[in-house]
Design a binder for this molecule. Structure first.
Ligand code: ACO
Length: 323
């Protein structure tokens, strides 16, 4: 008997306030034209008073539980990916657990920035298949606006806030076309940690710090690393790019999405794009885009969906799921 982690439901949440490019142009020396041409971003959502990573994560988690038809009380594992926790500790996952009222199981955060959701999904899948838990909430949630340098036009126009969540349940999967996570590959290369980072932290400056990035170099690495990891996952499963129904990429930049799809020979119609509306929401971006395409009916039962992301560290990864 083999076991698979099956995707039971998805959910997402956005802050109340939408901020179009025109508003960014009032803050820094930029324009709607520059932002759209270089990134594809037209809008982002920015957290306001009372909105934190844990409140957005909890809302996304509630919606995912509702879509799955599963009670919070039946969740015995919560893994939350974030680079913007409510507090340095305790883990934001424990705040979500308390808000949902499902205390007693396992709850912790993972830190892999924009790849965080892929890392969380990989860890949850392993824990479910080795019997440590039966039903997991895997969440990506961020309030990146709170670590942006709002005077730096090269970074502040790129990011937004939000959260996405999925419910996974471990099930027997003897049929070859049974649903569930088919393969996941994760990587990190710490040699590049100076290309995308935050210039502070509890143990160095005693402050939270602000996002710093060498955008052009990140771009170059992103396209190569993502194309490579997608090929690895396809090789692991014996499937071809042509058999994939949807790719749900980390929404960093429309040009990275286009270039990666082209490298793999995937038509743009198969790529879920939300970067225009949400901007780069770091760990939240993949589950937010996934939930968007599930709820608007594009992603359906039985389909093959590839998730992929790359972020600071560098970290990167991909996961192939039969819905
Ligand atoms: N508005 C107007 N002009 C700007 C802005 C802005 N917001 N930001 C930078 N510029 C200017 C620069 O100052 C520069 O001017 P100069 O030529 O006079 O010096 C010019 O535009 C070109 O700057 P570049 O940084 O070379 O622009 P590039 O075409 O590389 O685009 C971008 C920048 C959008 C950041 C791109 O490099 C990129 O998308 N990189 C990927 C990084 C990324 O998406 N990171 C997200 C996190 S990591 C991840 O998720 C994969």
């Amino acid at each position: 008997m083999s076991l698979r982690s099956v995707l039971m439901g998805t959910g997402s949440a956005l802050p109340r306030r939408a901020v179009p490019n025109s508003e960014m142009a009032q803050l820094v020396d930029t324009s709607d034209e520059w932002i759209v041409e270089r990134t594809g971003i037209r809008n982002r959502y920015i957290a306001g008073e009372g909105e934190t990573t844990s409140t957005l994560a909890t809302e996304a988690a509630r919606k995912a539980l509702e879509a799955a038809g599963i009670d919070a009380a039946d969740i015995d594992l919560i893994i939350l990916a974030t680079a913007t926790p409510d507090q340095t500790f305790p883990a934001t996952a424990t705040l979500v657990q308390a808000a949902l009222g499902c205390n007693g199981g396992i709850a912790f955060d993972v830190s892999a920035v924009c790849s965080g959701f892929l890392y969380a999904l990989g860890v949850a899948d392993s824990m479910l298949r080795t019997g440590m838990a039966k039903r997991a909430l895997v969440i990506g949630a961020e309030t990146f606006s709170r670590i942006l340098d709002w005077d730096d036009r090269t970074t502040c126009v790129l990011f937004g806030d939000g959260a996405g969540a999925v419910v996974l349940e471990v099930q027997d999967s003897d049929a070859p076309d049974a649903p569930g996570i088919l393969a996941t590959r994760l990587h990190a290369d710490g040699a590049h940690n100076c290309l995308l980072y935050v210039d502070g932290g509890p143990s160095t400056t005693g402050t939270v710090g602000k996002v710093r990035m060498k955008g052009r170099e990140v771009f170059r690495h992103a396209v190569t690393n993502l194309a490579d990891v997608l090929r690895e996952v396809l090789d692991d499963t014996g499937l071809t790019a042509a058999q994939i129904d949807w790719v749900v990429p980390h929404q960093a930049n429309a040009r990275i999405l286009d270039a990666t799809a082209r490298k793999l020979g995937l038509p743009p119609e198969k790529v879920v794009v939300t970067v225009d509306q949400h901007a780069n929401t770091s760990a939240a971006s993949v589950p937010l885009a996934l939930d968007t395409a599930v709820r608007d009916g594009r992603i359906r039962k039985g389909q093959l969906v590839m998730l992929e992301a790359m972020g600071g560290g560098f970290t990167w990864g991909a996961s192939l799921i039969r819905i």
